[in-house]
Each structure stands twice: as C-alpha cells, then as structure tokens.
Write a protein of this length. Structure first.
Length: 173
C-alpha cells in the first residue's frame, strides 16, 4: 500500500510514502507543480492520497481531482483538509483561490445533477466540519452543524464560523 502526500511541506519520510511538493525548500521525494497534469506517476499507483491544506491553492480543482482519481487504485482513499469558507483563515492567505464547503466535492458523485462536468467518480466515505474554540463550539455547534450541514452553511456559518473541513473520498473505478 503506497501513499502520496501532496504538498507535503516538512513531512517526515516514511516507508511506502511518496512526498510531493512544489518547493525545493522542503525535503521532498518529487518536486512538481501541482497544477501541471499529468503528474509523474503511473495509473493506479497509490492506495491513499493525503492533500492537507493544499486544494484551496490550486488553479482547477476538477482537473486535480481527475488526476488524483487516475493515480489512485480502485477504492483508493483521498483525504482532504481545507479551511471552511466561514473561517477567517480561508481569506487571510492571499494564495487561497477557493473557499470550500461541506458539499464542494459532491460534484464528483454519480448521483449529483452536475456530475457531467468531470469523469472522475468518488464516493464520500466521511466528511466533517471542524470547529475550534470553547466547549460550546466543539460540542454543541459541531454536532448540530454536522447533523444539518446545509442549514448550518446557509443560516449559521457566519454567526458560528467553522475552522476547517475534513473529507475522505473513495475512488470509484
């Protein structure tokens, strides 16, 4: 089982881990511009891809998710973290190009009405809106936001801002 860490930063080397980053300033296995496809890997090379705090920096999310799909094994897992659109951190960083929500990756599901925009298909195995701060945010608000994510994002996100989103997407091939 081989794993790819996309935008690895200072990630420590591990057995069966390939570290991919744009910067030559960090210790990496492969230096690559993540906006440039195809990536230098064979089809179905990885059983897992970690994309932590990277997706919001990329030029075209659908193209990158198609590339991740290509290099993932069937039923491979793509793990993504990104600031929630209501988080100040989503807007503070001038390199952020996208402000994402709980439903941002639904476009890659078979049953989504706009799924024809991409050939890549995923199944959402897990997703979570994460909060920071006190006990009320981390327990009550988090529980309600994750139980009713659409209502939360439409009505309450700017009153009780979230911190980040976590996704696990399974490649369907």
């Amino acid at each position: 089982m081989k794993k790819l860490a996309v935008g690895c930063g200072h990630r420590v080397s591990e057995i069966n881990l390939v570290r991919l980053d744009l910067s030559s300033q960090v210790e990496t296995d492969v230096i690559w511009d993540l906006n440039k496809v195809p990536y230098p890997f064979e089809n179905s090379s990885f059983s897992e891809i970690e994309c932590f705090d990277v997706i919001e920096h990329l030029d075209a999310i659908p193209i990158v998710l198609e590339e991740f799909h290509r290099i993932l094994t069937p039923n491979g897992i793509l793990k993504i973290t990104t600031p929630h659109f209501s988080c100040a951190n989503s807007y503070i960083d001038p390199t952020h190009k996208w402000h994402l929500s709980y439903c941002s990756f639904d476009y890659f599901l078979d049953d989504h009405t706009l799924s024809y925009y991409s050939k890549a298909r995923y199944q959402i195995k897990y997703r979570h809106i994460q909060f920071q701060g006190g006990r009320i945010n981390r327990s009550i608000i988090s529980r309600l936001a994750n139980k009713y994510p659409i209502n939360y994002e439409q009505r309450w996100a700017w009153i009780f801002p979230a911190w980040y989103l976590y996704f696990e997407l399974e490649s369907i091939k």
